[in-house]
Design a binder for this molecule. Structure first.
Ligand code: ADP
Ligand code: MG
Length: 393
C-alpha cells in the first residue's frame, strides 16, 4: 500500500502557525502507525524545507535557526519515473543530493495556496496521491461567492448579500452604497477569499460601512457584504469520506470568533490540542431537528462539491427564527476537526489513516482512467495543414 508519508504544512498564509500545529498533531497521531513520516515545511516566504527537526514543535520557537538548519528541497521525477522529494542544496563534488520516496502527501496547510487548490495542483502535476479535496473542490471551497452559488444550487439557504470588485466600488461608490445600506441596518463586510475572520467587520451606518469596505480592500480585490444574522448562533459540522461515501460528524458550536491563538499560548497552554483548545460546545446545544438538518445539508454540499477526506461546513443560525444558513466551507479544517470525530466514534489515528487511504484510492481511480493517447498526433501529416506556424502558410 503506502509507507512513505510526506506531511506538507506551513505556507504563506495568515494561518501558518495553525497549520504547523495541525501537522504536528497529525504526526503525533501517526506515530504508532509504522509509517515513515517525512516533513515538507513551506516557510512564510514560500521556501520548501525538510529535515527531521521539522517534525518537532519545539523547533518552531525560533524560525530563523530553523530555516538555516533545515534542507531546501523540491519535488522531482527520478530515473524510474517516480516522484521523490530531493534536496536542492548543491552538494560537494562527490556527494549526491539526498532524496526521499513519497507514496502519499498528507496536506496540512490552512488557507491560501495550500488550501485553495494550488498545492493540490502541484501534487496532480507530479502524479502524487494527496489527502483532502481535489483542485476544483478546494478552489470553490476557498471562494465565498462560488461556495454560496453551489449551496443555492443544492437548495441549502444562504444569507442575502452583494459582492463587488474594487473597480466597481471606485466607479460607482454612491449607487453601490445605497444598495448595501438597503440590505439591512447591520451588515457584515468580508474579503472573498480569506479566513480566520481577517478583514471581517459587522457594521451599521454609512461611515462605518465605508471604512470597513476600505479596510476589506486592503486584503482582497473582491468583497462580500451580507445581511447580519442576529441573534447569531454558529454551528459547524464536519464530513469525512470520498464523494458519495461520506459520513457527517456531531455538530459543534464555536464560542465567539475563532481567534488565532498566539504561538506562545499553544506552546505553553494545551499544546497538543491546537484548535481543540479554542472554546466550543460539542455537541452543539441545538434541537435534534436542527442538528439533523445541518448534517444533511453538510453531506449534500460535500457530495455536490466532490470533496474528499475531511471538510468542515460552517452555518449561521438565527437564534430567534431557528433558520440556518450555509456560511462557508473549510476543505482543510483546523486540526482536521479531530475533536468532532473523537466524539463521532473515529479516533485521531483512525481519522489520519482514513485520509491517507482515501487519497491513495482516489489516485488509483484517477490513474485508472484514460488520460492520454499513445498516438502522437503531431507526428502525422496533419501537422502540415496547421496554419500560423513559423515558416508555414
Ligand atoms: N452574515 C453574517 N451575519 C452575522 N455574522 C456573520 C455573518 N458572516 C460572518 N459572520 C461572522 O464573522 C465570522 C467570520 O466570517 P466567515 O464568513 O466565517 O469568514 P472567515 O473565512 O474569515 O472565517 C463568522 O464566524 C461569524 O461570526
Ligand atoms: Mg469562518
Amino acid at each position: 500500500m503506502y509507507q512513505h508519508v510526506l506531511i506538507a504544512f506551513g505556507g504563506a498564509s495568515p494561518e501558518h502557525e495553525v497549520s504547523v500545529i495541525s501537522a504536528m498533531q497529525a504526526a503525533s497521531a501517526l506515530k504508532d502507525s509504522g509509517l515513515e513520516l517525512l516533513p515538507l515545511y513551506v516557510t512564510k516566504s514560500g521556501r520548501f524545507l525538510t529535515g527531521p527537526q521539522l517534525l518537532e514543535l519545539e523547533s518552531y520557537k525560533d524560525l530563523k535557526t530553523l530555516e538555516q538548519t533545515a534542507l531546501p528541497c523540491a519535488f522531482q521525477t527520478d530515473a524510474m519515473g517516480r516522484t521523490v522529494l530531493t534536496e536542492t542544496r548543491k552538494g560537494g563534488l562527490f556527494s549526491k543530493p539526498k532524496s526521499w520516496p513519497v507514496d502519499v502527501v498528507l496536506v496540512a496547510f490552512h488557507g491560501a495556496e495550500g488550501e485553495n487548490g494550488a498545492f493540490q495542483g502541484l501534487c496532480e502535476q507530479y502524479n502524487l496521491p494527496y489527502t483532502g479535496s481535489g483542485v476544483m473542490a478546494s478552489s470553490v471551497g476557498m471562494d465565498k461567492k462560488a461556495a454560496k452559488i453551489m449551496a443555492v444550487s443544492c437548495g441549502v439557504p444562504v444569507v442575502e448579500g452583494i459582492d463587488f470588485r474594487e473597480y466597481e466600488w471606485v466607479a460607482g461608490r454612491d449607487t453601490l452604497l445605497e444598495q448595501l445600506l438597503a440590505l439591512d441596518s447591520t451588515v457584515v463586510v468580508k474579503p472573498m477569499q480569506l479566513g480566520s475572520s481577517i478583514g471581517v467587520e459587522v457594521v451599521s451606518g454609512r461611515e462605518p460601512l465605508i471604512r470597513a469596505i476600505e479596510t476589506g480592500f486592503r486584503y482582497d480585490a473582491r468583497l462580500l457584504v451580507e445581511k447580519a444574522v442576529r441573534p447569531l448562533r454558529e454551528v459547524n459540522c464536519a464530513v469525512l469520506g470520498n464523494g458519495a461515501d461520506a459520513q457527517a460528524s456531531v455538530c459543534e458550536q464555536p464560542k465567539g470568533a475563532e481567534e488565532l491563538l498566539s504561538f506562545q499560548d499553544k506552546y505553553m497552554g494545551d499544546a497538543g490540542k491546537g484548535m481543540a483548545s479554542a472554546s466550543r460546545i460539542i455537541p452543539a446545544p441545538i434541537s435534534d431537528e436542527l442538528t439533523t438538518a445541518i448534517q444533511q445539508a453538510s453531506l449534500k454540499l460535500f457530495r455536490e462539491l466532490g470533496a474528499a477526506g475531511v471538510a468542515r461546513f460552517d452555518f449561521l443560525v438565527n437564534d430567534t427564527s431557528g433558520k440556518f444558513y450555509f456560511n462557508e466551507i473549510n476543505t482543510i479544517p483546523g486540526s482536521f476537526s479531530f475533536y468532532l470525530w473523537d466524539k463521532s466514534g473515529v479516533s485521531f489515528p483512525q481519522l489520519m489513516t482514513k485520509l491517507l487511504d482515501i487519497a491513495v484510492a482516489r489516485h488509483r481511480e484517477k490513474n485508472g482512467r484514460v488520460r492520454s493517447y499513445d498516438t502522437n498526433l503531431l507526428s502525422t501529416k496533419a501537422v502540415k495543414g496547421i496554419k500560423g506556424l513559423k515558416g508555414k502558410g
